[in-house]
Write a protein that binds this ligand. Structure first.
Ligand code: URA
Length: 240
């Protein structure tokens, strides 16, 4: 790739800034000062340094974000703050995007990456990747709902949802509120909310806990994120 692209991708600066830095003799390729932005480099073999510090090239980035409410799952928006806006300047990259969408009022696990292939695999209905949610439901969830969800059924508009696993954690009969977990392998628009609507109940709080093997790190405060570990990444990539 071109040297200016390499420098921009390793976070040295924008393409424009990088040109100025090259002029100042701050960049070496294999210990030789290089000033031409168009120089071709091999990111895997050449030793490229900026101000004497060797630069490490990383092609793909993976961040686990604890999405808060009020933020939208998009890369850009005219009105609202996006999940990409939550990144620190040093982690921001043009090519990062959220893997799938959580509603504005949904919290929880959202993977941000620039790895299109992994994103596609995690979202493809053919791959049957689990998405596990915790929800508070207005209404008393019962074994009849569990059975219906296990079989798959039609939403109120006739759209079919595939079998899912519904786990009832807590029922507060006095308040008429249930706490549940739901494991689905699809990602239809407002799917969890619409599934409960179809059984005459209302989701009043929704949080994604897991995607495939990747669990939300409960140590992460709302709005915070961290790079996923190599171990988490290896497990996540094990999709049939
Ligand atoms: N299902 C929903 O209804 N909303 C989400 O944000 C995710 C799944």
């Amino acid at each position: 790739m071109r040297l200016d692209k390499f420098l921009a991708e390793t976070g040295v600066g924008s393409r424009k800034e990088v040109k100025q830095l090259l002029k100042k003799s701050l960049v070496t390729v294999n210990d030789i000062i290089v000033k031409d932005a168009k120089t071709q480099v091999d990111e895997n073999k050449d030793m490229i340094s900026f101000a004497g510090e060797p630069l490490v090239y990383q092609e793909f980035y993976y961040y686990m974000l604890h999405k808060p409410q009020g933020v939208i799952s998009a890369t850009e928006d005219k009105r609202d703050q996006t999940v990409i806006d939550l990144l620190q300047d040093e982690d921001f990259r043009e090519d990062l995007f959220p893997v799938g969408r959580l509603d504005k009022d949904t919290e929880g696990l959202l993977l941000l990456t620039n790895d299109g292939q992994l994103a596609h695999q995690l979202l493809s209905p053919k791959k049957h990747v689990d998405k596990e949610y915790f929800a508070k439901i207005q209404g008393l969830v019962g074994s009849n709902d569990k059975e219906k969800f296990a079989e798959g059924f039609a939403l109120t508009n006739g759209e079919l949802v595939k079998p899912s696993e519904l786990l009832i954690d807590k029922i507060d009969e006095a308040e008429g509120i249930s706490e549940i977990r739901l494991i689905i392998q699809e990602g239809k628009f407002h799917q969890v909310k619409r599934m409960f609507e179809a059984v005459d109940k209302k989701v009043i709080y929704l949080k994604r806990l897991r995607m495939g093997s990747l669990w939300l790190d409960e140590e992460l405060p709302l709005g915070a994120y961290r790079a996923i570990t190599n171990e988490e990444l290896d497990l996540l990539k094990k999709i049939d």
